[in-house]
Design a protein around this ligand. Structure first.
Ligand code: URA
Length: 430
């Protein structure tokens, strides 16, 4: 078999045999298939697609490229949660400890900011002293003792994804449903949990452009999870506007702490409660999520987790040197806030990265003062920018003002959870 034959087979719209996929991936990992041939194949997959059987073979081959975490030492059903990425998406910081407070065991491996979307690890690292680098033994021990650990994925887990992802990132081959599904699910399967709740986002601030493609991605991922023997449920959620009222690492940790005390944006609290309920159901845990939230047990669990990972909340979260408002240039109702523009403005402030090796500024970000549905008068604040300098704020202000779409007519917030997908299919609505 030759790489050239495998590439032409896909270029011409053929369906790969498992042998072809295994040959190409293992050859690439050994350095025998060069980047340019792999990139050509990735582009062929982007254009021609892959069948469910091909995607499953690719996912299994990716899982087999590295270690699989063995979580048997943790009693009970372990539930993981994953989001495909968004702007202001701090759901993991709220739903995961809340689920742990309800009695679910939550071993969670997370990622860093990707493109304009935020990363849970970067957010957690804004807590002074906290580490996300937990060796497997410490990770497992923490889940046993505290009920939850959120850590960085070891480079020994799915090394194939690291290589493929870097190549996709620079060859315009990220937005492909089989490639995203195999990338995400290989990591979730290798992370060892028994059940997985996926939050598949679509819209301006997400990687999937519309509800139909998010639903297709969700179905693909659910089937991959179930095919690997993991109970998997996906929620399809809107990401046109940033989620909640903050964007930025330390700001989002503070918003999560407030939400876990029952205070905060209604939509954020609703989606977190929904994700938590799904996690409890998969774990077979009967709990009244609203009651647990109201009791403050979720916040206690989050603080316990932060401190188990070396975090010292009592030293305070970092705050920006300058905080300045960007104001509306006319009256109106807020009809939309372009999440992509907010994410990109966040990168300009240093809340995300331009290059892989960049350090994030934990204190940089935004507090949304005029959320969707609210009426603002000319000169009133749309958003407070938190940054290292006024110069940075002046630079992002025009982009931010343009991100706010104002309407003369009253606006109602659109629904956030659009569909639920499990092994039996798609259920529309909240
Ligand atoms: N997140 C991933 O882990 N992989 C993708 O391909 C896209 C988003």
């Amino acid at each position: 078999m030759k790489a050239l034959e495998v590439i032409s087979h896909k270029r011409d719209g053929g369906e790969h045999t498992p042998e072809e996929i295994n040959f190409l991936l293992s050859g690439y990992l050994r350095g025998e298939v060069p980047d340019y041939q792999m990139a050509a194949w990735l582009m062929a997959v982007c254009i021609r697609g892959m069948s469910r059987a091909e995607t499953l073979t690719l996912t299994q081959a990716m899982v087999a490229s590295g270690e699989v975490l063995d979580l048997h030492a943790i009693p009970g059903i372990k539930v993981d949660k994953h989001s495909t990425g968004g702007v202001g998406d701090k759901v993991t910081l709220i739903a995961a400890p809340l689920a742990a407070a309800c009695g679910v065991k939550v071993p969670k491996l997370s990622g860093r900011a990707l493109a304009h979307t935020g990363g849970t690890l970067d957010k957690l690292e804004s807590v002074p002293g906290l580490t996300v680098d937990l060796e497997p033994e410490r990770f497992i021990e923490q889940v046993r003792a505290v009920g939850i650990a959120v850590a960085a994925q070891s480079p020994r887990i799915v090394p194939a994804d690291k290589l493929l992802y870097a190549l996709r990132d620079v060859t315009a081959t990220v937005p492909s449903i089989p490639l995203i599904a195999s990338s995400v699910m290989s990591k979730k399967i290798a992370a060892g949990a028994d059940a997985i709740v996926l939050d598949v986002k679509f819209g301006r601030g997400a990687f999937m452009p519309d509800e139909a493609s998010a639903e297709e991605l969700a179905s693909e991922m659910v089937q991959l999870g179930e095919g690997a023997g993991r109970r998997t449920v996906a929620l399809v959620t809107a990401m046109d506007n940033p989620l909640g009222v903050t964007v930025g690492n330390a700001l989002e940790v503070q918003e999560a702490l407030d939400a876990l005390s029952g205070k905060g944006d209604e939509e954020l609290l609703e989606v977190c409660a929904r994700v938590t309920r799904e996690m409890c159901e998969l774990a077979g845990v009967k709990a009244n999520v609203a009651e647990v939230l109201g009791s403050g047990a979720g916040r206690q669990k989050f603080e316990q987790m932060l401190s188990a990972q070396g975090g010292h909340l009592e030293r305070g979260l970092p705050t920006a040197a300058v905080q300045s408002e960007v104001t509306a240039d006319r009256d109106g109702y807020v009809a939309g806030i372009d999440a992509l523009e907010i994410g990109l403005a966040g990168i300009d402030l240093g809340a995300g990265r331009v290059r892989k090796e960049d350090k994030v500024d934990p204190s940089a970000g935004f507090t949304v003062d005029a959320p969707v549905g609210e009426h603002v008068g000319k000169g009133q604040s749309l958003v407070t920018v938190h940054a290292r300098s006024q110069e940075l704020i002046d630079r992002v202000a025009p982009r931010l003002r343009a991100a706010w779409r104002l309407s003369d007519r009253e606006v109602r917030r659109p629904p956030h959870v659009l569909a639920r997908v499990d092994k039996n299919g798609v259920t529309k609505g909240d």
